[in-house]
Design a protein around this ligand. Structure first.
Ligand SMILES: C[S@@+](CC[C@H](N)C(=O)[O-])C[C@H]1O[C@@H](n2cnc3c(N)ncnc32)[C@H](O)[C@@H]1O
Length: 274
């Protein structure tokens, strides 16, 4: 039998009691709708007894949904004003919550074993953290899934297909050995304060890594190719040693533009360059 869930005060009351006025500099847009938060926590599948890394728990809205789902949560929060509210949450779910005060870009969460990442990310660091999780040398990675809130426009770039305006470096890096999908659109009015743009949650699971492709080379090729996306490959890839020869070897027309190349073609170029 599972223990009954603790009764928690409404999030708005927690915010008011701890004086947590939203800081723009820290990208703070809070979610208060507990049904929505439970839906987000359900996206990775059952989290019972699973390890979860949450970045930016803030006052703990998503954190409480993860704890209710039975997860063991390690949460990294930069704003120390949020720590007392998170400590209260830890008391309500004994042994399930570990809070680290610090910058998620610098702190090692120290989680042993596989874990899920679930986060309503601060937009200013979201993409950098995402690329960091995708870029690890070891594959499959230590994470089992990523469930991340982005601006909708960024979410669309992550899942974009070739020959679309949204297709670019982010799509290639996210899709060459992982499977991202758009899991949930979140209206701006769900946040307090509401951001200027709509949001969406992307869910990513690791896939098979193609043989012989180095992430570093792929990053170099996509950076060059999409850095001048309107130019033909023979121009945009000129500065990448071995890239033009790779096009010839592979029979890829150097007059094509980056956005017409499939992920498989980018991988093939990176494989030939080595
Ligand atoms: C968009 S708010 C989300 C808050 C909460 N998870 C929610 O859903 O209501 C982003 C949170 O990330 C925190 N934050 C911003 N930059 C951070 C960083 N570099 N490392 C850790 N936390 C950060 C902010 O203080 C804020 O609490």
């Amino acid at each position: 039998m599972t223990a009954p869930l603790p009764a928690l005060p409404p999030l708005r009351e927690v915010i008011a009691r701890h004086g947590l006025t939203a800081s723009k500099a820290l990208g703070q847009n809070f979610l208060f709708d507990e049904q929505l938060l439970d839906r987000i926590a359900a996206i990775p599948g059952s989290l019972r007894s699973e390890q979860v890394l949450e970045v930016g728990p803030g006052p703990g809205g998503l954190t409480r949904a993860l704890l209710r789902a039975g997860a063991h949560v390690t949460a990294i929060e930069m704003d120390r004003r949020c720590l007392p509210a998170l400590a209260e949450l830890g008391e309500a779910f004994p042994g399930q919550l570990r809070v680290i005060e610090g910058d998620a870009m610098k702190v090692d969460p120290g989680i042993t074993g596989p874990f899920h990442v679930v986060a309503n990310l601060p937009y200013n660091v979201g993409t950098a953290l995402f690329i960091g999780w995708l870029a690890g040398e070891a594959w499959p990675p230590a994470w089992r899934s990523l469930t991340l809130m982005f601006q909708e426009e960024v979410a669309r770039r992550i899942v974009a297909e070739p020959d679309t305006g949204a297709y670019g470096r982010l799509a290639v890096l996210a899709q060459w050995r992982a499977r991202p999908r758009l899991a949930l659109k979140v209206h701006r009015s769900a946040f307090t304060p509401p951001p200027k743009v709509m949001s969406a949650i992307v869910h990513v699971v690791p896939g098979d890594a193609p043989e012989g492709v180095s992430m570093r080379t792929l990053e170099r090729v996509t950076e060059a190719a999409f850095g001048q996306r309107r130019k033909m490959l023979r121009q945009s890839l000129k500065g990448v040693p071995g890239a033009l020869d790779a096009l010839t070897t592979l029979g890829i027309d150097p007059q094509r533009r980056a956005e017409t190349l499939s992920i498989e073609e980018f991988c093939a170029i990176a494989r030939v360059i080595g």
